[in-house]
Design a protein. Structure first.
Ligand SMILES: [Zn+2]
Length: 274
């Protein structure tokens, strides 16, 4: 890989050893057995700020590996093929367990594209690092361990957009692809669980760093005929955080789901000074 993370403390490049990575200033970080580095500042380990827990990540990994969201992965691959030059660099920021990053790396492997993946959850990254085509680090999206202008394109899928920081690590005219659920994503499932389901209201916080070029909607049917798969899907969504015991009971009783997944892919370009 020609593109790599840098020291989050001083910005110097790393030399990779057997069990650690070290910068020229002597800052050293552990290289985990799975092959990722943890670049979060030490001593700031506190609850939810560190992202999704292990159980949620395993549920997501099982659901995605079953291929239910393959149409979304393929749509993402097509957009990135348009905007990433040969030998370029993609960052999947908030990569989770790495399903989409690995899909991109595989799809663009003949183009010599490097895919770097970060997430604030160490558990997520420990799964992502088992995918061998990508390079992973535990890192904060708002303080990325990357030099200015490193990336040609960034994927931000269902995670907060760190617009200023994304603009910093993108090259001039680099692209941001932000993916959010559309208004009635998984409407059938929500209607089964909630008496009063609400529509998603995606907001795209990119000003003044990016220009929105276009928005593509990706829709596909979901047929899930096992209860575990349905609960895995539900636990991937933000609704899982706001669900009462009664609603969980309703969810537990669902054994079959016919629904529609719908996502909006916003293609944005870094705004350059006139
Ligand atoms: Zn350093």
């Amino acid at each position: 890989m020609t593109h790599d993370f840098i020291c989050p403390l001083c910005g110097a490049p790393f030399i990779r050893g057997e069990k650690t990575v070290r910068c020229s200033q002597g800052h050293s970080f552990d290289l985990a057995r799975q092959g990722y580095i943890n670049l979060l500042p030490a001593g700031r380990i506190a609850g939810r700020i560190h992202g999704d827990n292990r159980e949620m990540i395993r549920a997501r990994r099982d659901f995605l590996t079953a291929g239910y969201y393959k149409p979304l992965s393929e749509a993402i691959n097509m957009v990135f093929r348009e905007i990433t030059p040969r030998g370029g660099c993609i960052l999947d920021c908030g990569c989770g367990e790495g399903y989409y990053s690995e899909g991109l790396a595989e799809f663009l492997s003949t183009q010599n594209v490097d895919v770097l993946a970060t997430d604030i959850s160490k558990d997520a990254i420990s799964y992502a690092a088992r995918r061998h085509r990508i390079r992973c680090a535990v890192a904060n999206s708002f303080h990325l361990p990357l030099a200015d202008g490193t990336c040609d394109a960034i994927l931000s899928l269902c995670t907060p957009i760190a617009a200023a920081e994304f603009a910093r690590v993108l090259r001039p005219n680099g692209h941001l692809i932000a993916v959010f659920p559309a208004a009635r994503h998984l409407w059938a499932l929500k209607s089964m669980v909630y008496r009063d389901p609400y529509e998603n209201t995606p907001t795209l916080n990119i000003d003044p760093y990016f220009i929105l070029l276009r928005q593509d909607t990706v829709r596909f049917a979901l047929h899930i005929a096992d209860g575990k798969g349905i609960r895995n899907l539900f636990s991937m969504t933000p609704y899982a955080y706001h669900t009462t015991a009664t609603e969980w009971t309703r969810l537990e009783s669902i054994q079959q789901l016919d629904d529609e997944a719908a996502f909006i892919l916003s293609v944005c370009r870094r705004r350059e000074e006139a």
